[in-house]
Design a protein. Structure first.
Length: 407
């Protein structure tokens, strides 16, 4: 482990909600030398929003100064609520705080990606006086952005120019169209996931069929094969994983929706049975129609239709005779997505690779020709959480842990 760092953070509101501001600083964990100071006003906000804003500013300072590599970062705050929520011991019920917590977790994950660690420690208010003083500067309307670079590299300290823009205040959410201020993305999650957003969408890709095993295209209007024996075992394992995820997440009404294709209905049916509910069918979740290519293997298409195959991947308006384009697929899938979100609670959707990647690509703003790079293995789970203001969290993608013992 490399350098030891301490982030001290605080926030306050004169009125709760009222005139709010945050403060944060970064110290060398071994010498106590001051490395960075941050403060800014927030307009009208609650104490908790201000405290989370201070945490975000402190973690962002670690990243901005290039100190995260192999660093151990200890966050010290006198807010028991924020510390317990960020440590994962307390649930986050308020939507404004949940969004800010996700932003803080994203910053912590960026530190972890470069070999660092982030831990959270509660301290009495008397031991958090410097951060409290900075938060009062913020409440007084001051913006502070001081980088004591000498403390970071051993040279004489210097001061950076003040930041122009404070962290924005959080507005009151209203329901709107699906868009993507994405707070967090976890690929192949290494921890046990839970979901607690107002609407949770759990994608379950169908298990394998004989066509899947032979790498053949099988879209809407094609042969529509059932699951193979391995596919049925995958469906049962995935059903258990779905139930476990639902059980350990915040309680909410649960719906299971499947495409109209046999393999998705069988896979979704297994999940519905595990949950003790009846599945519903929405054919807009069907796989893309491949027309005259249906039933052909990828190897065959690569050899005889290489240029056309490349066009299919790059041109969203291209469709095979008897098939549909990616634009047509996207139109119907996003319509189905809107209906699913409108149900609220937890919605399990048993579907196919391309419809799932359409949704993930749409909320993340990924271009059509890059969407093909998103992995969604047979019988894998992916999950998104939707907030009333249109915000989206991609909780995890392509979770296949439940399939590890199937061979």
């Amino acid at each position: 482990m490399g350098r030891s760092l301490v982030v001290e953070a605080d926030g306050g509101s004169r009125g709760n909600p009222g005139v709010a501001g945050y403060g944060a600083l970064v110290r060398d964990g071994d010498t106590g030398a001051l490395i960075a100071e941050r403060a800014a006003p927030l307009g009208t906000a609650s104490n908790n929003v201000a405290e989370y804003s201070g945490l975000i500013a402190g973690l962002q300072a670690v990243l901005d100064l290039g100190l995260a590599d192999d660093a151990h970062v200890e966050v010290r705050m006198d807010s028991k609520l924020v510390v317990e929520q960020m440590a994962g011991r307390w649930k986050i019920k308020h939507e404004d705080m949940r969004r800010l917590a996700l932003e803080a977790r994203d910053l912590a994950r960026q530190i972890q990606w470069v070999g660092g660690t982030v831990d959270y420690t509660w301290v009495p208010r008397a031991q958090n006086g410097d951060a409290d003083a900075l938060s009062n500067d913020g409440m007084d309307g001051l913006t502070v952005h001081r980088d004591h670079t000498g403390a970071a590299d051993g040279a004489p300290a210097s001061e950076a120019p003040p930041a122009a823009d404070p962290v924005p205040a959080v507005s009151t959410p209203t329901f709107g169209e699906v868009r993507a201020p994405v707070a967090e993305v976890v690929l192949s999650t290494e921890t046990t996931p839970t979901l607690d957003g107002p609407c949770r969408l759990v994608f379950l890709r169908h298990g394998v069929t004989a066509y899947t095993e032979q790498h053949k295209l099988d879209g809407r209007g094609g042969s529509n094969p059932p699951l193979s024996e391995l596919g049925r075992r995958q469906a049962r394992a995935a059903a258990g994983a779905v139930k476990a995820l639902v059980d350990r997440s915040d309680p909410s009404p649960v719906t299971v929706i499947t495409s109209s294709l046999t393999r998705a209905m069988e896979t979704g049916g297994a999940a519905a049975e595990a949950l003790g509910i009846t599945p519903e069918v929405d054919r807009d979740w069907d796989e893309q129609a491949f027309g005259d290519w249906d039933g052909r293997s990828i190897a065959e298409l690569s050899e005889g239709f290489g240029e056309e195959l490349l066009t299919l991947r790059k041109d969203p308006t291209y469709a095979r005779p008897g098939g549909e384009s990616a634009e047509q697929l996207t139109t119907r899938v996003l319509a189905a997505l809107g209906r699913a979100i409108g149900r609220g609670g937890t919605v399990v959707v048993a579907s196919h690779r391309l419809p799932i990647t359409v949704v993930i690509g749409s909320v993340l703003g990924i271009d059509h020709d890059k969407v093909w790079s998103i992995a969604t293995a047979p019988a894998s789970l992916s999950a998104l959480e939707f907030w009333p203001d249109g915000g989206v969290q991609v909780a995890f993608i392509n979770d296949t842990h439940h399939l590890h013992d199937l061979g």
